[in-house]
Design a protein around this ligand. Sequence first.
Ligand SMILES: [Zn+2]
Ligand SMILES: [Zn+2]
Ligand SMILES: [Zn+2]
Ligand SMILES: [Zn+2]
Length: 573
Amino acid sequence: MEQEVKTCQNCKKDFVIEPDDFVFYEKIKVPAPTFCPDCRTQRRFAWRNEWRLFRKKDIHGKEIFSNYHEDSPVKVLDTAEWYSDSWDPMQYGRDYDFSRPFFEQFKDLFYQVPLMSRSLTNPVRSDYCMNATDPKDCYLTFAASFVENSAYSIWGANSKDIFDCYMFIESELCYDSVNLVKCYKVLYSVDCEDCNDIIFSKNCTGCNNCFGCINLKSKAYHIFNQAYSKEEYIQKLKEFNLSSRKNIEEMRNKAISFWIKFPNKFMHGRHNANVLGDYIKDSKNAQYCWRVINGENVKYCHNFSIGPAKDSYDHSGFGEGSELIYESVIVGIGAYNISFSSQCYSTISNLSYCYYCVQNSSSLFGCVSLRNKQYCILNKQYTKEEYETLVPKIIQHMNDMPYVDKNGCIYKYGEFFPAEMSPIAYNQSFANDFFPFTKEEAEHHGFIWQDAKNKKFNVTKLGSELPDDAKNVDDNILKEVISCVHAGACNHECAGVFKITNQELQFYKKLNIPLPQICQNCRHYARFAWRNPIKLWHRHCMKEGCTNEFETSYAPDRPEIVYCEACYQQEIV
Ligand SMILES: [Zn+2]
Ligand SMILES: [Zn+2]
Ligand SMILES: [Zn+2]
Ligand SMILES: [Zn+2]
């Protein structure tokens, strides 16, 4: 097939389908997309709540934790009960109705079958977590796999003692940092790999005992990129007195002003071959990808924190051990040939339009909340022969009688679930984290929006009155309900108040960290600001005399200096 330029149904912008793309679509027998890559990503993300943990009543009326807001019309069961044999999702099964569009019928089923209240696999003393696999002694830790004794952190894997971090792999004892790989005792830092005892540093690899540094490789005892003796370094750090919040904030500003004078590589990533995007590592042929680790032959994919993931398009989230995945969110752990599905994992194959179908499920179409089932359509059991005869007829029917959304977009076979059917309000979905909308914009596009409810709190301590120095904190703080100093006046879904947990206090004591004055949501947003968007701009290398060009997620109006790979490597000392 030749390259083809199409116009997105949704945003009306042109997008290109390459000959290789057609080969992939042919391989998995799907038509070429009619939405552009960005609109497809946004639509998938609108079905995912990454880190907002809600209390919601289950179908028995008991209050439990959930991915879904209390006002979301979905029915939920506590995860342990959902996985049990005490209920039968097949009782909601129904015949396919050839007089109505498929998506309408799917929606009816979807809002009747109880869903897993939140994704949480093998938790150990980790009640306040979700979207997590094997968390142990974790608190408010989300989208994490094999993380231990950690809190207030998102997107991590194989790590322990991580507090207030975002994107971390194989790391330990780290605090208030973004994008760490194989780091130990790294504080207030961004984009570091293989580092120990690092504070306020950025883009460092293989370093130890560095403070306020940037673009260093295999260095020790440096402060603001200047070498010191070990004794001088220790003395200097003592003088900085980093157990004081005031000093921390002063140093943070100093470090940020220092970093901005140095160039950044046009993308974050190492050990790759033929990749395009950002935050890509150990990958081969990964195009238009964002945070893909251990991916091969993947395009428009996002957030694979472990991998391996291969031969997939438009797959967002998880990825672990997945192959031939298309237009899906959170699919992994031995997943093969899955399309247009969400939250499906654990040795599954040949699923289309499924939601929460797990554990050895295969050959399912339009099913919800099934475990270990084969040959089902809309949660109704068929024989293999019946299934194989009926599915092509449904696909034909989806094309003959498509669903049309509020804005006139047409959903035939080959489109992911319409965003307007999502059980998650746009502002609570992953989509708003990357494609922010105002309430008006979201509603114009047919999304639901959930206004924050005013809650009343009995504040016992003002955030502004917390001791400045970690030395002056005692265990009495554990009893306090502390007001966030942002007091909801920010754009961070401010929780208004927060508490200090014992686990957290022990961590602060161990590292001499002063208490935070803002709530965990405000802290999340402060870190989100350090990650680049899922968007690429065509730019020139900013090194004088260099004519190289590249695609980068650093927007042209940003203050950072951005270099091509070759020029950047010359800067690394
Ligand atoms: Zn579009
Ligand atoms: Zn707050
Ligand atoms: Zn805030
Ligand atoms: Zn250059």
